[in-house]
Design a protein around this ligand. Sequence first.
Ligand code: PHE
Length: 335
Amino acid sequence: MLEQVQILHAEIARFQAEDQATLEAFRQKFISKKGAIAKLFAGLKAVEPAEKKALGSVLNELKNAAQEKFKVLIEQANTVTQTSGQPAEDLTLPPPAHALGTLHPLTSISNDIIGIFERMGFNVSYGPEVEDDWHNFTALNFPDNHPARDMQDTFFLGTDKVLRTHTSSAQVRVMESLALPIRTIVPGRVFRNEAISARAHCIFHQIEGLYINRHVSFVELKESLFFFVKALFGSRTKIRFRPSYFPFTEPSAELDIDCRICGGKGCKICKYTGWVEIMGAGMVDPQVLTNCKIDPQVYTGFAFGMGIERIAMLQYQIDDLRLFTENDINFLRQF
Ligand code: PHE
């Protein structure tokens, strides 16, 4: 047995590990429970009790030598793979952490906007993205072949169906189906046949608002929107109302805030004016109320609609609309 021990000592001392495979061969031969050294230990049982102790310590020495050598070989194998250009596998490293997802900036800004209107007593409604002509145009006072339909470059689907060009179509559905008074907002995707650029996209998101009750006035419209803008952008935000035109509101206005990208100095987002339009609004046209079977003699209301991308761009200082749909992980991780 002593002779065998000497042979194994010599073998262990000579052993060189070139790679992971030879390392494993060493482990199997000398370290594992079925290895040569383990076998020698098993052989101890048959040895005379008088010799057992001495032989046991010889075997323990051999075992220690094998384990020490194994450590050295692991080091060697690692440096060999490192210098040969392959990444060393360090089995003691913790596994890579799983990256957690974050909310898309459009989702978080929609949640913020919805939250502010919920505080004012609005609830949330939804409408279909494929609309009929009545809900997208006719009920909203766009007569057939009226040039106002050109305001929104429409994707037509067959003769009667369109991809909704604005969330105002859901206004009509809400007025047709909900009991009065109505105080609701409608977030959703809308579609327009536009060339994609830093400022425009063929798919974007809007949030529509609608309040119908007895004696609703323009003052309430203005106050609600002022409250909203200050809650979202901060109390120092400058706001201006400009007269405008929409077929479904009378009077109509557009609301601008001071450009937060350039601080009002002028940039490509505000077209060098210092102001950015963030929404359209107005008092619901009496004809629209009639179309939805609501008596305009008794009820009045206001409506507004805003583009969520535009608001997210201002809020997060993003100067290119295309970033929202490109799914660039480095962009999305910032939110
Ligand atoms: N629907 C209009 C648009 O898409 C916005 C709007 C909504 C204007 C409600 C007035 C009232 O431009």
